[in-house]
Design a protein around this ligand. Structure first.
Ligand code: NAD
Length: 240
């Protein structure tokens, strides 16, 4: 029933913007952050995920990140990623704004993907600032081919600002849509969690597809508590 209601909202208000979080990729075998089985259940985020920790000991952080990147590049898109790419082709989705760094939306065929927390596509040199493709052959300890310094992956660490162009584009998309759909995010990380409210401030509304509660459930026009893969696959079928 709620998938049908979501389809109705999309028919009335398309093209919509979709905001995804780690929950859209768990069905690809990638753990999310905050579930009991999530990444930070065994690893202290400040020890491995902060800019300060990277600057203090980049080799230690790479010993964790190299394994993480291998896991992410080995994963395949799931039904949720494919359904969103299909809905974009059919004109129901204008763009996907994602907090994920795993590249799975692009690999599933989504064309406009705004990566607000960066991605594992590239790494930059803290010394000479050059950006390089984060090729797996550089692992386990990627060094700048120009100056030899240890590269930093172009993902947003705790304590770092979000890439300006991406967050500006995300706000512009949030303001410009009449319906934003959140998929697989607790909506606890700012400023991304403010994007659904930006849609509301501009006169639109937002729906949430998530397993379990989020910080903004009470503000949503519709809450679908269920699997991202199953829900979005069914949604694409209902929309025909
Ligand atoms: P989060 O871990 O805070 O929340 C994920 C939410 O998705 C939870 O509420 C969880 O119950 C729900 N969920 C899990 N599996 C689901 C499924 N199959 N269907 C529907 N819902 C499901 O993640 P977040 O809000 O994205 O927060 C934060 C950070 O996590 C972001 O900064 C992101 O960069 C990072 N992250 C990215 C990846 C990735 O690239 N795949 C993986 C882990 C974390």
């Amino acid at each position: 029933m709620s998938v049908e209601r979501l389809a109705e909202l999309i028919r009335e208000r398309a093209p919509c913007v979709v905001l995804t979080g780690a929950g859209v990729s768990t069905e690809s075998g990638i753990p999310d952050f905050r579930s009991p089985t999530g990444i930070w259940a065994d690893v202290d985020p400040m020890e491995y995920g902060s800019l300060r920790a990277f600057q203090a000991d980049p080799e230690k952080i790479w010993s964790f990140y190299a394994r993480r990147i291998e896991m992410l590049t080995g994963a395949e898109p799931n039904e949720a990623h494919y359904a969103l790419a299909e809905l974009e082709r059919r004109g129901y989705v204008r763009a996907v704004v994602t907090q994920n760094i795993d590249l799975l939306h692009s690999r599933a065929g989504s064309r406009e993907v705004v990566e607000v927390h960066g991605s594992i596509r590239t790494a930059s040199c803290p010394a000479c600032r050059a950006s390089h493709p984060l090729d797996e052959s550089l692992l386990p300890l990627p060094r700048c081919p120009d100056c030899g310094a240890v590269l930093k992956p172009d993902v947003v660490f705790f304590g770092e600002l979000l890439p300006r162009a991406a967050i500006d584009r995300a706000y512009e998309l949030a303001r410009g849509t009449r319906l934003l759909i959140v998929v697989g995010s607790t909506l606890e990380v700012y400023p991304v969690a403010d994007l659904p409210l930006e849609t509301v401030r501009a006169g639109g509304s937002f729906a949430i597809v998530n397993r379990g509660p989020t910080a903004l459930d009470g503000r949503a026009v519709l809450n679908v508590d269920g699997s991202a893969g199953e829900t979005l696959h069914e949604l694409a079928t209902v929309l025909g």
